[in-house]
Write a protein that binds this ligand. Structure first.
Ligand SMILES: [Zn+2]
Length: 854
């Protein structure tokens, strides 16, 4: 082995070998080994002499670092630390540039890096970021101008801002800054502070600094690119996923919202988000106007959307992703709901602006909760809230995102992603809209077609079966004298007293369906509206017959039920003496609406329409069936040959139309609970009035009170079967139940769903118990209040109470049988046929089997 001297001699004589050797070996290994992370630099001055070698080592290190997959911050920290060392500076910082709410700003990412500080010391916690706009300070100036600066004395520089010095207690004397540029934008700024042993940085320092900026740039741009790549990826995923979901389902807006939002949750990179859906109705329903008109409720003075709607979040979907995934749907959310309480979503709904807030709880305008919003201990930090706008520029909802998962505030890219998402959601509602509009015609056609198929206007022969002008006068109705025809018609229809038409205990069961048509006509003659409003006899006959034909032959909601409601309305007005508050025209409309109120019922309720996505459900948003009955009834007014209101003046006709709206929509039991207390208040006020005139005046001069009573009368009529003599009620209740069971069967077979107990024929034994519940929770109030209002209506309450007792007896019998069965089961342990047989024989089974009377 050659000794050291021999090697040196050889190398001196063969410099090209030495050069080749060093080039190959020195850079890669020797320097690499010499300048590892662990280099402990104590005396920077002695290091200075080896600058060139040191630099080479640094460069090697950086390249090594950059090849790796370590975070950008770690690599950049190393560069800054070396910079401090080489420039003999006090400290160095890196500011990252971003944009929020369209305003560019800078924030500290690596702060106060010194030759010996560690990465964890310098890496700024997102909660402790110093943030300032780019129009502030020399750093801001660097970002905006994308130029480097060497400032010898900051006090002499007008751009210098000492707010950071004030925060940290450090005194800046001189500084160097350089932007890091990607494409055309500055994505960050490096700043080096205070030259040790001199008052300013020299030209040489500046050059060295700029040279190192090349490395810093590579590192930062690389980091930025991969971040942007991720952003782009997330963006495209958001678009892809939400797009496919949006176009997949075009009918149910809410489900669509949810699907899109649920699918993108992994890309949104935030701890929680909440979507508030806004009520789209521009005009209030008449029943929602009542409390305002009565002065019981202040008119709405709160915030409105730009298109004039009240800001009303009717539903909220919360996506809680901070821990285990949880999604909550909150219908009619309270105002203090965690996502609404701050007032930010309302503000966004009102102004249509994107709001990006860092450290939201510190904000003074909005009242974000400063501590945990719920029992999970989760707290709000940063918030990004955006409107969801459809193509008609209407705000359909507000999406609010909380706390980016990496702890940083939301920035421009998040704004873009979420904006893309909310745009899609908005478009989806547009799609629903256009799709709806396109199809509404289709659905209308479909419904119209069904109606045509099912029913038609009364034929001349049918009219003749009641108004027999051909037989009597050998003439068609149009050739007869009206007075003669009135006389004829009156003689062909039963008297009230013969058929108990004026009685609350009236029963349709012994009557034929055509008898009921005649009875219906009698009601109008009795009210005195036929001659008064010049209703042609044949038109009245044709209308009444056509209404009958409009009802389908279903188990309960058939013509018999329709007639009963009209008859009860008539009886309430006449026998119940409620007519005194209403004009003849109003009474006319109320009774007519009663007869029509369930026309074209299909034996299934509103919920079934929604669940089965029937054309009716697509056409009407709420009170689906009732709106259909209403439209159907109004369509009869459109045909002059059946329009009983044809000789009214325009204003009178409009009144009738409005009363039809009120009366028929009021039969939606869902609205009953809204009007209960308002009705009770009227009764409370009128009851102590000694003078009848005072009561009449209190009501008949106030259209709202009249409407509320009218609406409650419709409910009293619709539920009147519950007040009928027991032998009638027991039969009708079984018909109602049978129709419910038929719907239950449909739910099982068509919708593949378990029906509720009320509609489950396997729970038929529970009918008496359910009747008791129905009487107690729904019916009792109606008839109690009406009896208090007008003592003439007490027969209804008495009937109800008797039926309550009867149902209770049956319920007790059933309960006893169930108890006996359980006891028997306990005794015998296991299957027992005898006990089962007891269980299967409900007291009213005979009635179930009984033929519905026709
Ligand atoms: Zn009804």
């Amino acid at each position: 082995m050659a000794d050291q001297q021999a090697v040196e001699t050889f190398l001196d004589n063969n410099p090209q070998v030495a050069k080749a050797y060093y080039e190959k070996k020195l850079k890669a290994e020797v320097l690499g080994a010499a300048f590892t992370e662990k280099v402990d630099i104590k005396d920077t001055a002695s290091f200075n002499e080896a600058t060139k070698i040191v630099e080479a080592g640094f460069i090697f290190e950086f390249i090594n670092e950059m090849k790796g997959t370590g975070p950008m911050e770690k690599c950049l920290h190393k560069v800054l630390q070396r910079l401090v060392l080489l420039l003999k500076a006090d400290r160095c910082s890196y500011f990252t540039s971003r944009s929020r709410n369209g305003i560019p700003e800078l924030s500290t990412l690596l702060f106060d890096v010194t030759a010996t500080s560690s990465l964890p010391q310098n890496l700024v916690n997102p909660n402790a970021e110093i943030v300032f706009p780019t129009d502030m300070g020399i750093v801001g100036k660097t970002a905006v101008s994308k130029k480097s600066f060497n400032v010898p004395d900051v006090k002499q520089n007008s751009h210098f801002s000492d707010f950071v010095d004030k925060m940290t207690g450090f005194t800046t004397k001189c500084l160097l800054t350089a932007p890091i540029v990607s494409g055309t934008e500055a994505i960050g700024v490096v700043m080096v502070l205070n030259k040790q042993g001199a008052n300013e940085f020299s030209k040489a320092d500046e050059d060295l600094f700029n040279k190192y900026m090349a490395f810093a740039s590579v590192i930062v741009v690389h980091g930025h690119t991969s971040y942007m790549h991720n952003v782009e990826y997330r963006k495209s995923q958001v678009l892809l996923e939400s797009a496919s979901k949006v176009f997949e389902e075009l009918t149910d807006i809410e489900r669509q919202f949810h699907k899109a939002l649920y699918t993108v949750r992994v890309y949104l990179n935030c701890e929680r988000y909440s979507v508030g859906l806004l009520d789209m109705t521009k005009e209030k329903e008449f029943f929602d106007e009542w409390p305002i008109k009565l002065g019981e409720q202040e008119p709405y003075k709160g915030p409105k959307t730009p298109d004039g709607r009240e800001v009303n979040f009717y539903k909220i979907i919360d996506y809680l992703l901070e821990d285990k995934e949880e999604i909550k749907v909150i219908p009619a959310p309270p105002v203090d709901h965690w996502a609404l309480a701050s007032g930010l979503p309302t503000y966004v709904a009102e102004n249509g602006m994107i709001c990006n807030m860092m450290n939201a709880p510190a904000d003074e305008y909005f009242t974000f909760q400063k501590d945990a919003v719920d029992e999970t201990g989760w707290k709000i930090k940063n918030v990004l809230s955006l409107p969801i706008v459809n193509k008609k520029e209407e705000i359909v909802g507000v999406a609010t995102f909380f706390n980016r998962k990496d702890g940083k505030p939301f920035e421009e890219n998040d704004e873009q992603i979420t904006e893309a998402l909310t745009q899609f959601l908005g478009w989806s509602t547009l799609n629903c809209d256009t799709y709806d509009r396109l199809n509404q015609t289709e659905w209308k056609k479909e419904i119209a077609h069904e109606i045509l198929m099912y029913q038609s206007k009364a034929t001349p022969a049918q009219v003749q079966s009641i108004l027999n002008t051909k037989e009597k006068f050998d003439k068609l109705p149009e050739d007869c004298d009206q007075k003669e025809m009135y006389k004829l018609l009156r003689s062909n229809i039963p008297e009230c007293k013969d058929m108990d038409i004026l009685e609350f205990h009236f029963s349709d069961l012994p009557l034929q369906e055509t008898d009921l048509i005649r009875c219906g006509i009698r009601c109008f003659f009795e009210l005195g509206v036929v001659e008064k409003f010049k209703v042609p006899a044949e038109v009245l006959t044709r209308w009444m017959y056509t209404v009958r034909k409009g009802y389908r032959d279903i188990t309960y909601h058939n013509w018999r039920h329709g007639f009963n409601v009209g008859q009860t309305m008539f009886t309430l007005l006449m026998t119940g003496k409620l007519k005194k508050y209403y004009s003849d025209l109003e009474a006319f409309a109320m009774v007519a609406a009663g007869f029509c109120h369930d026309i074209d019922h299909r034996g299934t309720n509103n919920l079934y329409q929604t669940k089965s996505a029937s054309p009716l459900a697509r056409l009407h948003g709420s009170s689906i069936m009732e709106r259909h009955h209403l439209e159907f009834s109004k369509s009869l007014m459109g045909d002059e040959t059946i329009n009983i209101f044809q000789n009214l003046q325009k204003r009178q006709f409009e009144t009738v139309q409005h009363l039809f709206d009120v009366c028929i929509i009021a039969t939606d039991l869902a609205l009953y609970f809204k009007k209960r207390t308002m009705f009770q208040k009227i009764v409370d006020t009128v009851e102590p009035m000694a003078d009848e005139k005072e009561a009449i005046n209190h009501i008949s001069t106030n259209p709202t009170r009249k409407e509320i009573i009218m609406a409650m009368m419709m409910t009293a009529c619709d539920l009147s079967a519950i007040t009928k003599p027991w032998q009638v009620q027991s039969k009708v209740a079984v018909m109602v139940a049978a129709e419910f069971w038929e719907q239950g069967d449909l739910e099982r077979t068509v919708l593949d769903q378990e029906p509720i107990p009320m509609m489950d024929r396997n729970k038929a034994e529970e009918l008496p118990k359910m009747q008791c519940g129905f009487i107690d929770f729904v019916c009792a109030f109606v008839y109690k209040e009406f009896s208090r209002f007008h003592k003439e209506i007490t027969p209804m309450l008495n009937g109800l109470n008797i039926n309550r007792e009867e149902w209770k007896k049956l319920a007790d019998v059933h309960a006893a049988k169930v108890q006996a069965l359980e006891d028997a089961k306990k005794k015998l342990e296991g299957g027992n046929e005898e006990a089962d047989a007891v269980y299967r024989t409900p007291a009213f089974e005979l009635q179930v089997k009984a033929e519905p009377p026709h």
